[in-house]
Ligand binder design. Structure first.
Ligand code: ATP
Ligand code: MG
Length: 642
């Protein structure tokens, strides 16, 4: 090792595959030919301390980059407990870049499938180097290998690899990609025999403004590293008692990560826990009635009445643990180790949309109580809360959330340039589309990916929307530069699609669209405007059949253009980006701001009145009543109340 290290000029690669052992003090040792007994405690005498290997490799090495790959049990111990590479790397005479790729986490066993020639990690890596990755770039870099391994191993339910890197070491090219599909990125006028003469319809793999869901997992790229991190956090959660918090700025990709990254990984067995593939998983969003949402999901069809469970949870939020156990298989429990995976997405709605403080508190307690109960039994649910960063601070005022905030939440930040590239090229490959040469670079540049601090994480919806608009302008299966320019580029594509959709409606439908969209806006009091979820029944209530079909027709147009999302009987504007980047909508809000605020206040006050058993002291009188009346009588506003 020492000779190799002194001779290395450019890159030094150390690849170890074998037994990883722990000394009594927990230090990683690598077995050698001299290791004849794998019993615990003997490692310190019979095997090589990893720290010694590292010293030998780094002390006299002038290589620009030292790459260590460890395929052994406990390989994650190769770096310092803080998760950073050991500072020792920077105390030695030569400064190297370092890249450490390990087959397992700190306390995990590596896996060698019976009957296979290589351990799982090494086998998959060799497969990648020999056979290539049809969804990969022309050259396979260290980081691509890591992302490929994350995907391939998680699909087989095997331990996920881990990586630590300094600066840009992950860009090191390992090999040419043997399965690279050359025609994927090509010039517009290059003929290709693989093009069908008239390709007709090609599936659009880009989600536009909408989040990715489990059904779109095949088109979800660029978050492999974060998904693997999230899976290990969830695994750690099995033995802890508080919900796991996932936090990041608006639009950074939290919902997509949970729905198209985490859920398929869990279903693929990534947790490495027997039976976990079959664990039920729910995603709920709190909305204005979070307890009702929770009760509906936890009610056992045919056995529990959802409204009764809601009332029970309100009176005693801790009843959620028993409700989860009932759902998992009866009071005795079919399998005591079985869990419910409960994802509360858009947890911030609890603050921004639910106006009832008692209900908020009860919901938080119910979510936290699905963790171990007073009876000391294991937590029946793995609870994961995704929170928008701007509301994160509010969470600290709720005591049950404090442990979650203290115990290491997962932060969803911007993707690296390599990941962004995967996020654009991966879906195209998966859908058999072609990207004109230069398009990816242009998208990345317009997004600001090359800025020193990277792009602002919240701009991801724009990146996702621009390829969708470009797809709408495609030539056959080719997404072109001209098509991208025609959409107005990253910045203007959202406004452009909105304008096109609006412009395609006749005057009467445009009026309907305006009213519908404004009902889906929560006007900010000195804060930014946000989206507001509206029940479809409320939009249609009190209308004639003809009016209802007109409203549904306009909604369909808005949903088809992905400006509005409809699910479970409710509709909402797909993203806040539409509020920011569509001038027409902003004009509408500004010109009717006072009216919108009256309607909002009326809706909140009506809810409070209903909650307080229609207590007459909650009713309007005097000037307030007159203002509300005057508003309701104007322009048919009465029909706009929820
Ligand atoms: N890996 C990805 N590749 C491409 N686009 C992505 C990816 N992840 C998310 N997006 C896109 O980014 C946008 C934001 O995603 P998502 O809704 O998941 O974010 P969010 O953090 O949940 O947003 P919000 O704070 O509004 O809830 C969507 O347009 C989505 O399609
Ligand atoms: Mg979200």
């Amino acid at each position: 090792l020492s000779t190799a290290a002194t001779q290395a000029g450019d890159v030094l690669l150390f690849y170890y595959v074998g037994h990883g052992l722990l000394s009594p003090s927990g230090e990683l040792h690598l077995a050698t030919r001299a290791t004849s007994d794998l019993s615990r405690g003997l490692a310190a005498y019979q095997a090589m301390p990893h720290s010694a290997v590292r010293d030998v490799l780094t002390t006299h090495c002038r290589a620009r980059l030292i790459v260590t790959v460890l395929d052994c049990c406990f390989a994650g111990r190769a770096w310092a407990p803080s998760g950073r590479l050991s500072d020792a790397a920077f105390e030695i005479p030569y400064i190297h870049g370092e890249y450490v790729l390990t087959s397992t986490a700190r306390l995990e066993q590596a896996f060698a499938p019976v009957g296979e020639r290589y351990p799982a990690f090494t086998g998959e890596l060799l497969r990648l180097l020999r056979e290539g990755d049809p969804a990969g770039p022309r050259e396979l870099t260290l980081d691509h290998a890591y992302r490929y391994l994350s995907r391939a191993l998680s699909a087989r339910g095997l331990p996920l690899p881990h990586r630590q890197a300094t600066d840009r070491s992950g860009d090191l090219v390992l090999a040419a990609n043997a399965a690279y599909r050359e025609p994927m990125v090509r010039s517009r006028h290059e003929p290709s025999s693989t093009d069908a003469p008239s390709p007709g319809e090609w599936t659009c793999p880009y989600r536009g403004l909408a989040p990715f869901g489990p059904d779109e997992a095949a088109y979800f790229f660029g978050r492999e590293r974060l998904t693997a991190q999230l899976v290990s956090r969830v695994a750690a959660q099995l033995h802890r008692s508080c919900p796991l918090v996932v936090v990041g700025p608006s639009g950074c990709g939290k919902s997509s990560l949970l729905r198209a990254g985490l859920l398929p990984a869990l279903a693929g067995g990534a947790l490495q826990v027997f039976g976990s593939r079959e664990w039920p998983a729910f995603v709920i969003t709190p909305g204005a009635r979070p307890l009702a949402e929770l009760a509906t999901k936890l009610a056992v069809p045919g056995r529990t009445d959802a409204p009764a469970l809601q009332a029970e949870l309100r009176a005693d939020p801790h009843a959620s643990a028993a409700a989860v156990r009932r759902l998992l298989g009866g009071a005795d429990g079919v399998d005591p180790s079985s869990r419910l995976v409960l994802i509360v997405d858009q947890f911030e709605e609890l603050i921004t949309t639910c106006a009832d403080e008692d209900e908020r508190v009860a919901f938080i307690e119910a979510a936290a109580a699905s963790a171990p109960g007073a009876d000391g039994r294991e937590a029946p649910a793995l609870v994961i809360l995704s929170v928008r960063a701007d509301v994160y601070g509010h969470c600290a005022s709720y005591a049950p959330l404090v442990p979650s905030m203290e115990e290491g939440q997962l932060v969803v930040g911007p993707m690296s340039t390599g990941e962004l590239r995967d996020a654009i090229e991966g879906p195209a490959r998966a859908a058999g589309l072609l990207l004109e040469r230069g398009l990816v670079e242009l998208l990345l540049r317009d997004l600001g990916a090359d800025a020193p601090a990277g792009y602002a994480a919240g701009r991801l919806p724009l990146l996702s929307h621009a390829p969708l608009s470009t797809w709408q302008q495609r030539e056959g299966r080719l997404l072109t530069l001209a098509g991208y320019h025609a959409t107005g580029g990253i910045r203007d594509s959202v406004a452009r699609i909105a304008e096109l959709t609006y412009g395609s409606l006749d005057a009467a439908d445009q009026q309907i669209a305006r009213r519908l969209l404004l009902r889906m806006v929560q006007v900010g009091h000195g804060t930014e405007h946000t989206r507001r979820r509206v029940q479809l029944a409320e939009l249609l209530g009190g209308r004639t059949e003809q009016e209802q079909s007109a409203v549904l027709g306009v909604l369909r147009e808005l949903v088809d253009a992905r400006l509005v999302t409809a699910d479970e009987g409710a509709v909402e504007i797909t993203r806040e980006a539409l509020l920011v980047h569509w001038p027409r909508l902003q004009d509408w809000i500004e010109s009717d701001r006072a009216g919108l605020l009256i309607r909002q206040r009326l809706a909140d006050d009506a809810q409070a009145w209903r909650r307080e058993r229609r207590d007459s002291s909650f009713l309007y009188s005097g000037a307030r009543l007159a203002t509300a009346r005057e508003w309701a009588d104007r322009d048919g506003h009465c029909s706009e109340l929820d």
